[in-house]
Ligand binder design. Structure first.
Ligand code: GDG
Length: 469
């Protein structure tokens, strides 16, 4: 009998680069081990646009994994990716109703790309394969696969928040998306609160019953909806931080600091991350604590992202204005309060910079999990760890309760937390850090992938009627 294979589907596919170096993203690290247990396929968009893309993926075989890469048309990219996924769904999922721009054409493009992917997948997937779909770009994928007659076990993991039903309900098409999500056997969320939001929406919209704690019953089908907090490669990040002293950038940063304390923020340029709000909180801290001027430096590392989406261009302007104003009004010759860089650094450099920083500022307005919070903790020196200031609206706050938890909408509160972090004594820092480190070790990325896949593969008893597709 052939063993079941793992078929992963995500918007973008991380093909290992030929040098083997590359900066492996979280998902690639997470799946590396899963792909050692199961032989597999990783299917998704190549990131490329073509005038007449093939309906078949380009196949690349590497290290037991077959990467299956689809090109899109530029209209697909516009409607499916920039449009519905990133201009309509992303803001709604992050509770930003006012920023959500719905367009029927974009929604049609989103469904079209999901159908194209399902059609290509249907030709590759064997009956016993486990299919694991990732993120909001691909919510209707299982429904499209079922329509083509596939009865495989299909799981979905949602990397971003799932909002309260009242918020999701403002999005045209949300009822259809909810219907489509019930075509998955297992739906994973970052937190129990997100899972609860989805279960409540299904119950309200379709009168579904809750059979067990995490199983929603719609009569002919049952879907398990459960929290699986994503983790990081704790050991790998810890080791990278320990060895990071050799990196030029880390050494130069340490030398440039002298006796100043470093505060760090690392986020994609995204309005969900609360970057201008955080800069204003730091400004408030400097105004309230004039003795700290010239004694701290806040380094904000922010690779640009989604620059074709208008709201991101606006954010870029706002960040630059806020930064310029604060540095102009509070800076002095020889001291720049905020260093802001848009470069992308190797993970080993990030790990080293986190280790140098006495305070990690992770203050998103909303975040599914936020891996940076966990990376900051993993990078610390156990003898003299820094302090994490963490937004209550990051999924990570459910686990890292020993961080200084703040409401990012209150810059006075964040400013006080920065102060408390800088003045915290070493014994308290160590106690808090040890508890956080235990939490992230217990639920590291291997645990996450293995737990999800165990539940997905053991899910047969849920009783989807295989003929009703
Ligand atoms: C989504 C959800 C959820 C950042 N700058 C550089 C760099 N990064 C890395 C970080 C971290 C990753 O990117 C970002 O992950 P986050 O979790 O912080 O945020 P999103 O990108 O929004 O991710 C989020 C996540 O999915 C996983 O499920 O936690 O809530 O929004 O690993 O270190 N990496 C490198 N150079 C950089 O300059 N190499």
């Amino acid at each position: 009998m052939e063993l079941s294979r793992l078929v992963v589907v995500s918007n973008r596919v991380a093909v290992p680069d030929p040098t083997g170096k590359g900066s492996a993203g979280g998902l690639a690290v997470a799946l590396r081990e899963a792909f050692q247990a199961y032989q597999g396929i990783w299917f998704g968009w190549s990131g490329k646009v073509a005038a007449h893309p093939s309906s078949q993926p380009k196949l690349v075989d590497k290290e037991r994994v077959q990467y299956a890469l689809m090109d899109l048309t530029s209209l697909d990219r516009q409607e499916y990716y920039n449009g519905f996924a990133n201009r309509a769904l992303w803001p709604i999922m992050h509770y930003r109703i006012g920023l959500s721009e719905f367009s029927r054409a974009d929604y049609a493009g989103y469904l079209r790309v999901n159908r194209t992917f399902a059609t290509a997948l249907a030709q590759m997937v064997r009956p016993d394969d486990l299919v694991w779909v990732h993120d909001y770009h691909l919510i209707p994928l299982a429904a499209e696969m079922r329509a083509l007659g596939l009865t495989n076990r299909i799981g979905y993991f949602h990397h971003i928040p799932w909002p309260a039903p009242e918020v999701l309900g403002t999005l045209p098409g949300s009822r259809e998306l909810l219907r489509a999500i019930t075509d998955y056997d297992l739906v994973g969320m970052q937190t129990d609160r997100d899972a609860d939001n989805l279960r409540r929406a299904l119950m309200q919209e379709f009168g579904a019953a809750q059979r067990k704690a995490d199983i929603v019953d719609l009569g002919e089908r049952q879907t398990r909806v459960k929290g699986y907090p994503i983790g990081i490669d704790v050991r790998g990040f810890e080791q990278a931080a320990q060895r990071s002293g050799n990196h030029r950038i880390v050494r130069q940063t340490a030398a440039g600091l002298g006796s100043r304390q470093l505060i760090i923020g690392v986020d994609r340029l995204d309005y969900s991350k609360g970057i201008p709000e955080r800069m204003e909180a730091f400004e408030r801290f400097l105004i309230g604590n004039p003795d700290q001027r010239g004694r701290v430096t806040y380094l904000q590392i922010t690779p640009t992202s989604r620059s074709e989406v208008p709201e991101y261009a606006t954010l870029s302007r706002v960040v630059n204005e806020t930064l310029g104003r604060i540095n102009g009004s509070l800076g002095e010759p020889g001291w720049v309060p905020i260093h802001y860089v848009n470069s992308t650094y190797p993970r080993s450099v990030l790990a080293g910079l986190h280790r140098l920083a006495k305070v990690g500022l992770v203050t998103p307005m909303r975040d599914g999990m936020n891996l940076v919070a966990k990376e900051y903790v993993a990078a610390q020196n156990p003898e003299d760890p820094g302090v994490l200031v963490l937004s209550k609206f990051a999924g990570a706050a459910q686990q890292l309760t020993d961080a200084l938890i703040v409401n990012p909408n209150d810059k006075f509160e964040v400013a006080e937390a920065i102060r408390d972090a800088l003045y915290m004594d070493r014994t308290e820092r160590i106690t808090r850090w040890e508890r956080m480190m235990n939490a992230i070790r217990e639920t590291d990325v291997s645990w996450w992938a293995a737990t999800f896949l165990r539940d997905l593969s053991g899910n047969k008893s849920l009783g989807r009627t295989r003929t009703q597709v």
